[in-house]
Design a protein around this ligand. Sequence first.
Ligand SMILES: [Zn+2]
Length: 342
Amino acid sequence: MTSPPSPEDFLPIEKVELHQHVDGSMPAAFTWELMLANGLAPVKTFDEMQRLLVLQDHEEGSLLDYLDKFHYPLWVTQFYQNIADATFRIAEEAYSKGVRGLELRYAPNIHTYAGLTLRQAIGSVLSGMNRAERELQGMRCGLIVIAMRHFGPHIAKILARQAISEGQQFHDRVGVVGFDIAGAERGNPPVLFREAFDIARKGRLGLTLHAGEDGAADYVWQAIDDIGATRIGHGCAALNDPTLMKRLARDQVVVECCITSNYQTNAAKRGEPHPIVAFLEAGVPVAICTDNTTVSNTDQLEECVLAAELIGVDAVHQILAATPSYSFIRGLRIPSRRTRRR
Ligand SMILES: [Zn+2]
């Protein structure tokens, strides 16, 4: 009998995170610190704050309930230094789990209510990432700019233009590496955002979309056929469409799998194996991702353990070894499978 997988199986491996949101990953203790410092605390104790930030069991069930947890972080992430510091804290936490390539994603326009410009909202995350690369030895970072679906295609185009002007190729170190759409999926199909993705592609950004999380398989088809995405966030709905599974495998479109989050939003059914199993069986490349370490109360190691319980430790090691090649971060080199000490 082999022992069940544990976080220690994956801690020494250098990992690359491809799908993690800034707002949903701010460490709860740090959000509490900012709430107090800014005179904004909505509750009396840290425990109460934590319950507001982390999805509770009874709150599970839909993407919309899940998205509700992003409400409080936005109170403090309207200010440049707060955003920069939050980004650094997220990177520091990921680093402690052996992450050495970190793609964070973020919707700049929902961080401009206190007067930041879109460029400043993007620059604040990049500032935190630059600090992470400076202070955490061997860490590489890149930002994926998100257009929230409910703001519509025109705002998405404006964001795509802002994103390409901060592209990694124009910077010494970190920059924007990708473009994405997120938020309430149904009724907002990818094809509506084609022009925004055309701008992002011409600006040499990587293309990934939240698709097939709450929406139908058709949205995943659109993400590939109409948008030309090389990666898909979640993609769970593809499971019901064998032709789509073959297509994802043929074109080697990477599915960013977020196991905990998918159960919480009901994109995957509790009691059934996560779609990552079917993706692997069909030959679809996958990455193991956290989505939101605070809202989902998880981290890279926990997600690796969950995956290993389904597909085995060796298969997870193979996925981790392949993941750097799917990253949008230019020049990402993961030199060895073992993490070096800070
Ligand atoms: Zn996501």
